[in-house]
Every structure is written in C-alpha cells, then in structure tokens.
Design a protein around this ligand. Structure first.
Ligand SMILES: *[C@@H]1O[C@H](CO)[C@@H](O)[C@H](O)[C@H]1NC(C)=O
Ligand SMILES: *[C@@H]1O[C@H](CO)[C@@H](O)[C@H](O)[C@H]1NC(C)=O
Ligand SMILES: *[C@@H]1O[C@H](CO)[C@@H](O)[C@H](O)[C@H]1NC(C)=O
Ligand SMILES: *[C@@H]1O[C@H](CO)[C@@H](O)[C@H](O)[C@H]1NC(C)=O
Ligand SMILES: *[C@@H]1O[C@H](CO)[C@@H](O)[C@H](O)[C@H]1NC(C)=O
Ligand SMILES: *[C@@H]1O[C@H](CO)[C@@H](O)[C@H](O)[C@H]1NC(C)=O
Ligand SMILES: *[C@@H]1O[C@H](CO)[C@@H](O)[C@H](O)[C@H]1NC(C)=O
Ligand SMILES: *[C@@H]1O[C@H](CO)[C@@H](O)[C@H](O)[C@H]1NC(C)=O
Ligand SMILES: *[C@@H]1O[C@H](CO)[C@@H](O)[C@H](O)[C@H]1NC(C)=O
Ligand SMILES: *[C@@H]1O[C@H](CO)[C@@H](O)[C@H](O)[C@H]1NC(C)=O
Ligand SMILES: *[C@@H]1O[C@H](CO)[C@@H](O)[C@H](O)[C@H]1NC(C)=O
Length: 546
C-alpha cells in the first residue's frame, strides 16, 4: 500500500516518457537500502560490546565506547529485528538516557555524553568546553534518532521505555532551547543548517506529542527562520557539503515524513528536499562521481576516497556500485560516518520519492556541459550572499564562490573544511585529480568560465598568498611533484599579478613540510605577491585536460 502510494506521487511529477524508467529505479531503492542497512550493521556488529550495551569506539581508542553511534546502531537493530536485536537496542537506548545530563542549570542540560567513560562535564578537571568536552549537536543527532525509533518501531519498544524516551526528548528540547547563536560560545544560528533543522524538528515533534505549546511554537519559529533563509534562492545556508548536506537531507526527511500539514515543517520539508537535490544534481558529475565545488564544509577532496553521508543517500538511489563509495567503505577517509547508514536506509523508501527524476538520471550519467549559478547566505557571517558559479564539463569541473565574511574559513571558522574554489578532473586510470584554494581571507571574488578560474582578494595586499592544495597523482604515475607539469591529467597555466615563481611543498601522512588535511595528502602550490606590489592580488588559472 505504502509503496503504491509512492508510485502515484511519482507518476504525477514524471513525464510519461520517463515513467517506465522511474518505476524500475524506484523499485531498486528498496533493495539498495536493504543492502546499505545490512552492510553497515555487519560492520557495526563487530564493534558492539555486549557486556556494556554500547558500541566500542570505531577508532580503536583503547576499548572506550561511543554514545551517538550506539544510538544509530540501535535504530538499525530495530530495523533488522533478528535474534536479540530488539533487546540490545532497548538496552542501548536505556543506557544512553541513563547517562543524559540532568542538571537544568547547566548549559549542557539534556545533552548526551560523547562517550560513557568521560569524566563529569563541568568539573575542575573536565572543564565545560563546547564542541570539545561536550557537543551541543548530540542533542539533535540523538533526539532525531529517538523520534525516528518512536515513529517507526514503537511496536517493538516496551511502554515504559517509550515513556523514558519521551522524558529524554523533553529534557533535550529544553536544553536545546538554551542555544542562541553568539551567546555562551554557541553558534546555533538558523544558517547553521544541519543542527538548526534538527532542533526545529525535535521541538515541534515533542511539543505536539506532549501538548507543550511552547515547544511546538518554538519549533515553528525555528522552522520559519530556516525556511525564510532557504527560499531566498532555494539553497541551504550550509551549502553543498558532502557530509552536512547529507545530515540536512536526513533531518528534512523527518520534517516531511513526521510533521503534520499544520506545521511549516510538514508544508515545506518535501519541497526543500527536492530543491536541495536539484542543485546537488546539477553540480554532480557522474563521470567523476563527485559533487563539484565550492564546498562550504567538506571532510575531503574526492568523494570516492572519503565517506560522505550524501554518498550513502546516493547508494540508496542508484546502488553502491554507482555511488561514490569504495567496495570497503570502512577503509575510506571519515569512515565513521558509515555508522549513520541505518538511519539513511530506514528513511530511503520515503526520502527517495522526493528526489526529482532529472537528479536521479544525473547521478547515473553526465547530462552534458553546463554552468550552474546560485547563491547561499549565512548571516551573521556573510555581509552579502555568497555567489556560486560552477562550470561542469564531462572530465573537468570548476566551482567557486565569491564571498564577503567577517571570519576566515567560513561560518565554522575552519579553513580545513571551507573550500571556496575547487577544480576536479578525470585521470587516465579513472581516478580523480583535484585542486582547492586554501581559505586564508575574509573576502574573495571569483570568476569561473570555461576552462578558467580567476581569483581576487579585494582586501588583500602585498603580503597575501594563494595556496592551491593539489591531490597526489594516481597509483601508476609519478610520486614526486615540484611543478605543474608533474600534475597528472591536467595542464595548468597561471597568470595574474602574482609573482610567477611559486613554491611547491608536500603535506604528507608521515613527513613533508606540513600535515595532511582531512587525511588527504597533497602538494601545496603557493604564489605570493611581488615585494613592491600595490595591486589587488589576482591570479588566473587556465586548464586543459592532458
Ligand atoms: C516494481 O515493483 C512492483 C511491486 O513489487 C512490481 O509489480 C513491478 O513489476 C515492478 N516494476 C518493475 C519495472 O520492476
Ligand atoms: C547544578 O548546576 C548548578 C550550576 O552549575 C550547581 O550550582 C548545582 O550545584 C548543580 N546541582 C546539582 C544537584 O549538582
Ligand atoms: C530530566 O530532567 C530532570 C530535571 O529537570 C531530571 O530530574 C530527570 O532525571 C531528567 N530525565 C532524564 C531522563 O534524564
Ligand atoms: C494532548 O491533547 C490531545 C487533544 O487534546 C489529547 O488527546 C492527548 O491525550 C493529550 N496528550 C497528552 C500527552 O497530554
Ligand atoms: C510557556 O511559556 C509561558 C511564557 O513564558 C509560561 O508562562 C508557561 O509556563 C510555559 N508553559 C509551559 C508548559 O512550559
Ligand atoms: C573524458 O574521458 C573519457 C575517459 O578517459 C574519454 O573517453 C572521453 O572521450 C573524455 N571526454 C571528453 C569530452 O574529453
Ligand atoms: C553576489 O551578487 C549580488 C548580485 O549581483 C551582489 O549584490 C552581491 O554583492 C554579490 N555577493 C558577493 C559576496 O560578491
Ligand atoms: C596586509 O593585510 C594584513 C591583513 O589585513 C595586515 O595585517 C598587514 O599589515 C597588511 N600589510 C601591508 C603591508 O599593508
Ligand atoms: C624567480 O626565481 C628565479 C630563480 O630563483 C629568479 O632568478 C627570478 O628573479 C625570480 N623572479 C621573480 C619575478 O621573482
Ligand atoms: C602552503 O605553503 C605556504 C608556503 O610555504 C605556507 O605558508 C602555507 O602555510 C601552506 N599551507 C598549507 C595548508 O599547508
Ligand atoms: C598555456 O600557455 C601556452 C603558451 O601561451 C599555450 O600554448 C597553452 O595553450 C596554454 N594552456 C592553457 C591550458 O591555457
């Protein structure tokens, strides 16, 4: 019945010509999602500590355990429901709630531990450090998972545990309401898309469930701020992030699936998912299996080599083989995010009906050279919306954004994840070459054209530099790089008012001038200004495939 409904919805938006194709594809969704669920659970099973009722740390941290991933695993156990899966899931949930922070006067009230062995947050020996000794986003990650569990699997959960979960959700909602961007070192503005979408959902859902109209109203108010930002240009503020677009899509799926029509979340969730996939689909290059830049927050430079949550969603849409996921996902960079797979798999049958037909086909085949222009806005960090341009050709993509911000490294103030200008290209062996401008300034102007990228620092001066991080060559190619001619798969000419002499250093796993970023090794091509320059720093890169 449920599946049939999806088909009806689908035929409404697809043109007749695509109908047969889409029926076949949507049918696959179920087996792709089942396959993701089982593959991720097989991996997580190995980390389960049956003695404690928690997962061990996925990073071999001397047999300590982890909270958030344990709860994701519990949702997966309920979905699998074999042998004693349900019993273990209930144990995990009870353990996590037992350790939830219970003092209403503390900023971390209603939050969950990062790991069960941790000392008490707020003691002299374990000072309260946001995003360090405690993480405010754990309320959202765990709260949304509890809601998913109550919505999908309440028939498996004893009544007293369901009530315990509601009490936990009530506290987490109160605690989350303490969060105000700019106060107490917190940064939860509506533009911080992934946790703000989760907070709105938890507050709105809990408010309705327990008849607390303040919570319902707070959820709607949060949702309105998020929706207003989104509808400006139909983009998430936390734009185009392999990891966090995935989290935002997960949380928007809860809006669309669990919130009623009298909620702004129920009204807008589905359309926001469609729009988000539309821009991701336009930026995706199926030949490279990568979403083109710019990336506001990325934990890697090639989606085939680090595990992104978006890639897990792509897995449920087109199958693992066609997704940017290695045969052994747990060997990829940022592999711990594989542990969110159960949630992605459980929601896929609903979520995937919201992915537009055109996006689905762009995940499987490159539609032809095109340019994407859009914008995203993250107040209070952006003075103006960031202007995004990407040129996407079959074997080379260039994507960059102009911005004027009051911080360096994007709203998360992290130059390791903010990638405002990115180029990727196909190499002979099928692997992907890449280049990314290292974020060092508050303002950048970009011009993206066919085969060309121009960058200006409007507030720069003679001491400014442009550092391009360039991925290492493929397995059979040269290991040593000291000039552009050594970079495999592409020819690059550099012009501008920079000193044309440049330095090349190595950021390596074991050695080199500096350290890797997000586990990626790279060559650092740096250009500086001639000593006497009075001009606005400008550099232009022209590309050809080699
Ligand atoms: C899709 O699934 C339905 C229900 O299982 C089945 O009747 C139909 O033949 C399938 N269609 C295709 C194209 O595989
Ligand atoms: C709760 O936290 C407040 C503020 O840190 C503290 O003064 C109080 O003693 C705590 N209460 C308990 C029961 O620990
Ligand atoms: C919820 O918070 C109250 C204090 O407001 C506390 O007494 C109670 O134990 C908490 N419940 C859970 C499940 O942590
Ligand atoms: C909430 O209100 C509805 C309608 O008035 C009522 O049916 C329901 O029992 C109430 N739920 C709770 C938890 O109070
Ligand atoms: C809702 O907020 C109002 C105003 O702040 C307050 O008086 C009331 O007690 C709150 N209700 C609940 C159920 O917390
Ligand atoms: C892109 O690369 C593929 C594989 O090397 C090649 O077959 C194809 O001709 C290239 N396309 C263009 C437009 O360069
Ligand atoms: C983006 O483009 C708009 C419209 O052209 C312009 O007003 C705005 O200043 C631009 N933003 C940046 C950061 O350059
Ligand atoms: C260049 O700009 C930097 C950063 O704004 C500033 O610290 C430095 O003093 C400037 N240098 C010159 C020579 O103006
Ligand atoms: C570039 O480096 C070479 C060799 O070190 C030097 O002779 C030349 O003057 C430099 N050019 C500039 C523009 O600094
Ligand atoms: C790149 O190299 C330049 C010049 O050596 C250096 O100043 C900069 O810190 C390096 N950047 C990174 C990310 O390693
Ligand atoms: C680089 O410059 C050379 C010499 O002007 C020219 O022949 C070549 O086509 C240029 N390559 C690119 C990628 O612009």
């Amino acid at each position: 019945m449920y599946v049939l409904q999806n088909y009806v919805v689908l035929t409404l938006w697809s043109q007749c010509a695509f109908a047969a194709h889409s029926f076949a594809k949507r049918n696959d969704t179920k087996s792709f999602a089942t396959n993701l669920l089982h593959e991720s659970l097989d991996w997580l099973d190995r980390f389960y500590d049956n003695e404690r009722g928690y997962l061990f740390s996925l990073d071999s941290e001397a047999l300590t355990h982890v909270t958030r991933e344990s709860v994701w695993y519990a949702a997966g156990l309920l979905a699998r429901n074999e042998v004693d899966d349900v019993e273990q899931a209930v144990r995990i949930v009870s353990n996590v709630i037992g350790a939830q922070f219970k003092n209403e006067s503390e900023q971390w009230f209603g939050d969950y531990q990062i790991y069960p062995e941790e000392p008490s947050v707020g003691t002299e020996q374990y000072l309260p450090r946001i995003y360090s000794s405690w993480d405010p986003n754990w309320r959202g990650f765990i709260g949304t998972t509890f809601i998913l569990i109550l919505e999908e699997f309440s028939h498996l959960i004893p009544q007293d545990i369901q009530e315990y979960m509601l009490e936990s959700l009530y506290n987490t909602t109160i605690g989350d309401s303490y969060r105000v961007g700019g106060v107490d070192h917190d940064n939860l503005y509506p533009a911080y898309s992934n946790p703000s979408i989760m907070r709105a959902l938890v507050s709105g859902w809990v408010g309705r469930r327990i008849n607390d109209s303040n919570m319902t109203t707070a959820g709607e108010a949060d949702a309105k701020a998020i929706i207003d930002l989104f509808t400006r240009d139909n983009t998430l503020s936390e734009f185009n992030s392999g990891t966090y677009a995935g989290v935002s899509l997960f949380a928007l799926t809860l809006w669309a699936k669990y919130m009623p029509e009298d909620s702004l979340m129920g009204q807008h969730g589905g359309e926001m998912i469609r729009q988000t996939w539309t821009s991701l689909g336009q930026l995706y290059n199926a030949n490279l299996k990568n979403v083109a830049g710019p990336w506001d927050r990325s934990y890697g430079y090639d989606m085939n080599k680090y595990l992104s949550i978006l890639a897990l969603q792509i897995w449920t849409l087109v199958g693992k083989e066609n997704a940017p996921v290695n045969k052994k996902p747990y060997a990829m960079g940022h592999k711990n995010d594989f542990s969110i797979s159960p949630l992605i798999a459980i929601l896929a049958p609903f979520h995937n009906t919201l992915v537009p037909e055109e996006t689905l086909s762009s995940l499987l085949g490159f539609p032809g050279t095109h340019t994407v222009k859009t914008s995203a806005f993250s107040p209070p960090y952006d003075t103006y919306p960031r202007n995004i341009t990407a040129w996407i050709s079959p074997n080379l993509t260039i994507g960059a954004e102009s911005f004027a911000e009051n911080v360096i490294g994007g709203p998360s103030k992290n130059p390791s994840s903010f990638n405002p200008a990115v180029v990727q290209w196909a190499r002979r062996d099928g692997s992907v070459g890449w280049l990314s401008l290292y974020a060092q300034v508050k303002e950048l102007d970009v011009k993206v054209g066919e085969w060309t990228l121009e960058l200006n620092y409007p507030k720069g001066n003679v001491s400014s530099g442009f550092s391009f991080l360039v991925g290492t060559n493929g397995w059979n190619e040269r290991r040593d790089v000291s000039k552009w001619e050594h970079v495999e798969g592409v020819k690059v000419n550099v012009t501008g008012n920079v000193d044309t002499n440049y330095t090349v250093t190595f950021n390596g796993l074991r050695s080199g001038a500096r350290e890797t970023i997000n586990d990626f090794e790279f060559w650092n091509f740096t250009y500086t200004m001639p000593p006497s320059s009075q001009e606005i720093p400008r550099v232009q890169l022209d590309f050809e495939l080699a």
